[in-house]
Design a binder for this molecule. Sequence first.
Ligand code: NAD
Length: 326
Amino acid sequence: MLKTRFTELMGIEHPIVQGGMQWVARAELAAGVSNGGGLGIMTALTQPTPDDLIKEVARCRTMTDKPFGVNLTILPSLRPIPHKEYAQAIIDSGVKIVETAGNNPGEFIDMFKAAGIKVVHKCTAVRHALTAQRLGVDAISIDGFECAGHVGEDDITNQILIPLAVDALDIPVIGSGGFGEGRQLAAALALGAEGVNMGTRFMATKEAPIHDKVKQRLVDAGERDSLLIMRALRNTSRVFRNEVAEEVARIEKEKGLNFKIEDVAHLVAGARGRHVYDDGDSEQGMWSAGMVAGVIHDVPSCKELIERIVSDAEAVIKGRLQSLVA
Ligand code: NAD
């Protein structure tokens, strides 16, 4: 068993968190991860309204009695999003753990802390982590350049980001981005992290509520199958390398300084990407996936995956690492 400040803080068995993923992180997945001893997270904005979010939290409670959380991401969007109403719905749902992500979450962190909720803030830079610590969050999920979705604009990998974050912060830090197996968990712990956050890896699990063909696509994919888009808008996203993503990248290059979101809105819309998960055609829209695809080789249950990762990490620590010490 791997006991860390993060497992103690959250009241969970294993130092593994399932990151909030738009369209994917629903009750089935969060409950599967929490039942497996990790921390499952549902994504607020996947629900069409704040009321639906309250119902989804209640649905998750019927599937697990273990702790789970809700992700609230604040980023530019094509449709107006009432973030404050979603934040209030999270509070009203009685959830005790929130993962915040994106820009300027201060107002929401205040709301959650006043309601006695533990907050993990996910960010891609140490300077943002320091601000979040000052605002009173309980832990930081530091998101390296390997991650899927919004990678930030600094392009710093976890090899550098985790030790710098651990040195700069007093609160527990978990590593996020690129994690999917036991050796990597052992490496994150060696770098000073108190656990890991995994998104893409949990997409390829039995409980993930997405089409089996997308899970198989991740098993077949390699570490080079992701692509960065929307750098020109300072909203860089790592997405699965398919025809739609290549087309967005081509338009972005062609337009150069004149590139606007309107040029690609029809291609990048989340509503379109959602069909990939529902229908299983991985070429149909834009969907997020990280470099970690290179180390995804199967589709286990969340519990099998978590237990395998933890026991492999323990074996690395007690076996290989210990044996190297003269
Ligand atoms: P959407 O359809 O509103 O937008 C699609 C993509 O375009 C998103 O990456 C969005 O950030 C980007 N975008 C939209 N307007 C933009 C603008 N004016 N400038 C720059 N970039 C712009 O997105 P959606 O799939 O309906 O998701 C809703 C919200 O959730 C978005 O803000 C999105 O970024 C965010 N999100 C959250 C997660 C998560 O894991 N929690 C993952 C992906 C996206």
